[in-house]
Design a protein around this ligand. Structure first.
Ligand SMILES: NC(=O)c1ccc[n+]([C@@H]2O[C@H](COP(=O)([O-])OP(=O)(O)OC[C@H]3O[C@@H](n4cnc5c(N)ncnc54)[C@H](O)[C@@H]3O)[C@@H](O)[C@H]2O)c1
Ligand SMILES: O=C(O)C(=O)C[C@]1(C(=O)O)C=C[C@@H](O)C=C1
Length: 366
């Protein structure tokens, strides 16, 4: 039996990496009839419209929010509560609110009286920010924590759970403080550790020269947006302090084990067993797209310009990736659904002077 869309018009407040990925997931799986973007940055909205992530965009709250059946708050943690208030003063009484913030206690407390609120946090992300990094597959098979408040009606929790499942993620329900405690260890502590390690490198340039895969893997999250990451840890400082103190003890213990090889071997075995048994998250979505690689000069606005040229011709970009950027410029990989769209994109971009080349599984005859 086909179940109807749980929500018809969805507002995404904060059309960045996560908001954009949710929007693409909703569109790709036909889970909403209309997606409205709300973002403080008009350039982001222009780009999101050109990339087909949203259908309409607004930079200020207004009566347009009356259309919303569901409002997904996806701005930095520190602004979530204010934006919820701003939008709720324009939204209908029955509009449902959820959020994707990385910390749940604070936002849940601040919004405990917000009607129809189901707080959430998808456990997926990236060190990249912004709508150009958004992709539907980011959320596939991810754990998506929901932390209902005392005021969240159970049927509503179930509707949001259903939506999360339809997006290809796995809902897990827990209280906000339990979420924050676990996240302090599994997400916020690794971020602080990455900062500590990168600071050591910053103080001795010979270390940077020798940094190989191991160091890069363990410090990847330090490349995340500094303001966003700061907001995330500052809003969970009690739980994070506790996690840091347990981490110090673990380090002290490992230091002591440097003099007892047997015990250090046991620790190494335990580390390997735990790391190797972490579930592998499979992400698949878009199979065999028709890819076009476009050479671009390293100038502001280039990605938006390309998206606009294609948008004006009604050519939908299904996937976008920034390939290596060097001083003299770089390249974009654009994915299209059909060979015909690929050829039209190639012609449109060539006509205005871009160098393009088809690539990958679904190449055309170009
Ligand atoms: N990045 C991750 O890995 C990750 C993972 C899970 C959850 N989250 C959470 O998702 C949320 C968004 O993170 P992101 O990584 O998508 O960030 P992002 O920077 O990619 O996107 C944030 C968007 O919000 C907009 N914005 C910022 N302040 C605003 C305001 N006051 N009013 C309206 N729009 C505003 C920005 O213009 C931007 O488009 C955060 O709460 C974060 O904690 C992030
Ligand atoms: O960068 C990634 O791969 C992430 O998944 C980012 C990450 C994490 O620490 O795991 C970062 C913050 C979130 O709230 C959720 C996920």
């Amino acid at each position: 039996m086909v179940t109807p869309n749980p929500f018809k018009t969805v507002v995404i407040a904060g059309v960045g990496l996560i908001g954009g990925s949710v929007a693409l997931g909703l569109k790709g799986r036909f889970l909403a009839d209309k997606i409205i973007g709300y973002d403080a940055n008009p350039e982001t909205l222009k780009l999101a419209l050109a990339l087909g992530v949203i259908d309409e965009g607004y930079v200020t709250p207004g009566d347009w929010a009356q259309q919303a059946d569901l409002i997904i708050l996806a701005t930095p943690v520190g602004s979530l509560a204010r934006i919820a208030r701003d939008l709720s003063s324009h939204a209908r009484e029955d509009a449902v609110f959820t959020d994707v913030g990385s910390v749940k206690g604070k936002v849940t407390d601040l919004l405990s009286d917000l009607r129809n609120f189901v707080p959430g946090h998808p456990m997926a992300g990236s060190e990249k920010a912004g709508v150009t990094a958004a992709r539907a597959s980011l959320l596939e098979n991810a754990i998506w924590v929901l932390t209902p408040t005392a005021n969240t009606p159970l049927p509503l929790l179930n509707r949001v759970k259903q939506l999360v499942t339809k997006l290809g993620a796995n809902p897990v329900v827990m209280p906000p403080d339990a979420h924050d405690q676990l996240i302090a260890t599994i997400s916020h502590l690794p971020y602080m550790t990455a900062l500590a390690l990168t600071h050591m490198v910053a103080r001795d340039e010979r270390l940077a020269l020798l940094a190989a895969g191991g160091f890069r893997d363990i410090t990847r999250v330090a490349s995340g947006d500094p303001r966003m990451s700061r907001d995330m840890v500052i809003n969970n400082k009690e739980a994070l302090r506790e996690a840091i103190s347990r981490f110090r003890k673990e380090l002290d213990q490992l230091e002591e084990q440097l003099d007892s090889p047997e015990m250090l071997f046991e620790s190494a075995m335990e580390g390997k067993r735990t790391r190797d048994s972490l579930p592998i998250v499979k992400r698949s979505l878009i199979p065999g797209l028709f890819d076009l690689v476009v050479a671009i000069p390293d100038k502001p606005g280039e990605i938006g310009r390309i998206a606009n040229i294609l948008g004006d011709k009604g050519i939908n970009i299904k996937d976008i990736e920034v390939l290596a950027i060097r001083e003299e410029g770089g390249a974009l990989r654009l994915g299209f659904e059909t060979g015909e769209l690929l050829e039209r994109a190639h012609a449109a971009l060539n006509a205005v002077g871009y160098e393009t080349r088809p690539r990958g599984l679904g190449q055309s005859s170009l």
